[in-house]
Design a protein around this ligand. Sequence first.
Ligand code: FRU
Length: 492
Amino acid sequence: MENIEWTKQLKYQPYSKWPTEYQKRLKKRVLNSFFRMNYHIQPDSGLLNDPNGFSFFNGKWHLFYQYFPMGAIHGLKSWFHLTSSDLINWEEQGYALIPDNQYDNCGVYSGSAIELNGKLLLFYTGNVRTEEWKRIPYQNGAWLDTENNISKIQTPLIYPNENYTEHFRDPMLFNYQDKVYAVVGAQDKMLSGRIALYEMREENLHEWEYHGNLNFTDNNLGHMIECPNLVFINNIPVLIFCPQGLNRDYHFYENVYPNVYMIGKSFDPQDCSITPNSNLVNIDEGFDLYATQAFNSPDGRVLSISWIGLPDIAYPTDSEGWSGCLSLVKELSIIDGKLIQYPVEETKSLRGKAVFCDLIDVIKAPEKHSYELETEIAANKKVKLTLFADSEKTKGLFLTIDTINGYLVVDRKKSGISFAKEFGYTRTIRIAKHKKIKLNLFVDNSVIEIYVNKGEKTITSRIFPDITQEYIYSDQYLPTTVWPLGTTRLAK
Ligand code: FRU
């Protein structure tokens, strides 16, 4: 496979200019990757990043993702479309939106979807570049009808706003008290991260009232906010977003950029504010989660999905021509004022026959490292659980769970190919002291999603082990259930 030098011209070249043979060869190569997953959404080739347009319409779940098919780089982005009847098995519908006009010439960037008058409105950022390479962000629309036809709306719905720089993107639509609103990620002219609030007037797609910057904190939120979402869990507003350049003294995070949430007391669109009821909290405490998209689904649940990957980080599969995957779909709830995130009930349909073990004897992981592991650590214990271990017990993903002092450490230093070294090899997660904890681990070959106490904390990470790393063990007797998890249609 050729080693491509990614000039600007190649990065933004229309897909139609690439020889079909090229992508065929790339897909073949990707198919043979040792790191392919079994039940996570992943691209056939190229780079997947943010989930977009997550919605329920016409009897099906719809999901799109940011996609550059030609290599593992952030090139010319489009929306790739998937549908599902169970949130687990997804069917590829192909490209939904590709850059092809003057309002999106250099990328169909992130956005969302809601049903409006019997059609699904897709709302996305058109990333336009002038010949001088000046960026102009338009917020554009497209319709998906019940026949699965997609048509772009010819002119932008929201034009650039003079309050913001060229960084103005990722519109997220939501309904609130019978009106349609959008929050948009932005950088203001003082170069501070903001979330803009808009209201659609009288269901007129081309008339949006700008309410201003959503006010929910007096703190500076870094230099740019990407991917804002506002959802309502039992009427409680929950704001989810990705602040870039946030001061680490104000809010602690270890990844290049965090994905955070804030629980509010009330949302007042006229006042353009959310009264806060929590600090900022990292939505995930692992190494690799970003761009969460959540929505109030018509079945009453609040659902979310995230990109397992980060901007500005090189991944070991880049050299194979692909990178990125999406998380499991989670249901969000609030218990005792805390956000709980747990894979939807439907995820259980992946389970095969349960295996009961105590992990004091080394066991071989189910085939292709595709399993869910459930265990409980008693109060006042310190246990080391190793996944992806080799027979010498030198390699592995090491989890230390200390219910005496109240922490859980994930150490990926010896878990396989190392990457993102400058952001550290360990993550330390606070858990309750002197209390037992329950862990559910969803392992999928090169991904792990760890859930503490059924979703009080989530820890999501990529790992790139080698062929010898086949085992699981613990340094203590640890009654455990392991379910092999099936392969979904998408994971070929
Ligand atoms: C977040 C992001 C968005 C943008 C998209 C482009 O990862 O940078 O702000 O719309 O990715 O792919």
